[in-house]
Write a protein that binds this ligand. Structure first.
Ligand SMILES: Nc1ncnc2c1ncn2[C@@H]1O[C@H](COP(=O)(O)OP(=O)(O)OP(=O)(O)O)[C@@H](O)[C@H]1O
Length: 255
């Protein structure tokens, strides 16, 4: 669903990503992890084209990113960014309805099926009770869920999320991760950045570790996030365990 090869990105004078390959498949939750400044957000930004691709090639749902139109791209790929700030006076429902825009003709009003999709996106993110509130009055966590609801309303094949658990209390973190898991089980390809390596181990089918703009390792989290890599890349001590056949990560502090 996402096939990136040899991605190189420079911002200003700095080369921020070099020789990055990733492949995200239908039905999987793929985590991008790495220390601060390692290039995670930049890699996501290349996908929605707010960071320039100097070299390499990216295909999304079989479409070459360089030559695909904005609207066509938005029909297959939806993204939530760290900037969930909304300055206009819109209700939660109106923001989520924006997700339908790539599927409607110019000036075409919302159809019943669009309203139904919006209602489902609001329900999936537990926002039904907030639907008529002005988004500017919401907490950071509530806005995060609005951004996810808008992306879901786009009915994409690929969902890209930059730190979707940021600002969320623990219950809503697990709620969102469970939701993403079930969306992947239904066939969506999900690419997300995460800082919490324990969540990456528990929720991601595969991860890629970015370090200094390069892929340091990629694969199943239990194969990748070993003691050596945790110390080398993240500077922490950690141990992987298997409980009831599922991997979990214990972190013990600074290496
Ligand atoms: N517009 C820019 N101009 C120059 N350098 C930039 C620009 N944007 C980001 N960078 C640099 O690119 C590098 C990668 O940044 P990026 O935001 O992709 O990292 P990240 O892994 O998402 O970090 P974090 O975990 O802190 O969110 C950093 O060193 C950052 O300072």
């Amino acid at each position: 669903m996402i096939d990136a090869k040899g991605v190189e990105v420079a911002l200003g004078e700095r080369t921020v990503l070099s020789d990055v390959d990733i492949e995200v498949r239908k039905g999987e939750v793929f985590g991008l992890v790495g220390p601060n400044g390692s290039g995670k957000t930049t890699l996501l930004r290349t996908l929605y084209r707010t960071a320039p691709l100097q070299a390499g090639a990216i295909e999304v749902a079989g479409l070459p990113l360089r030559t695909t139109g904005r609207r066509r791209l938005a029909q297959v790929l939806a993204a939530t960014t760290q900037e969930t700030e909304n300055r206009a006076s819109l209700t939660v429902r109106e923001v989520v309805e924006q997700g339908r825009v790539p599927h409607l003709g110019l000036l075409q009003p919302m159809r019943d099926e669009d309203r139904d999709i919006v209602a489902k996106a609001l329900a999936a993110t537990s926002l039904e009770a907030e639907a008529n509130r002005d988004v500017r009055t919401l907490s950071g966590g509530e806005r995060q869920r609005v951004a996810i609801a808008r992306a879901l309303a786009q009915r994409p094949r690929i969902l890209v999320l930059d730190e979707p658990t940021n600002h969320l209390d623990l219950r809503h973190q697990f709620g969102i991760l469970d939701l993403l898991r079930s969306l992947a089980n239904d066939g969506l390809a999900i690419l997300l950045t995460l800082h919490d390596l324990r969540q990456a181990v528990e929720y991601c089918d595969r991860v890629a570790v970015l370090n200094g703009g390069r892929i340091a390792a990629a694969g199943a989290p239990a194969d990748v996030l070993d003691e050596h890599l945790l110390a080398e890349v993240f500077g922490v001590r950690g141990t992987l365990r298997h409980t009831d056949g599922r991997p979990t990560l214990d972190l013990h502090g600074i290496a």
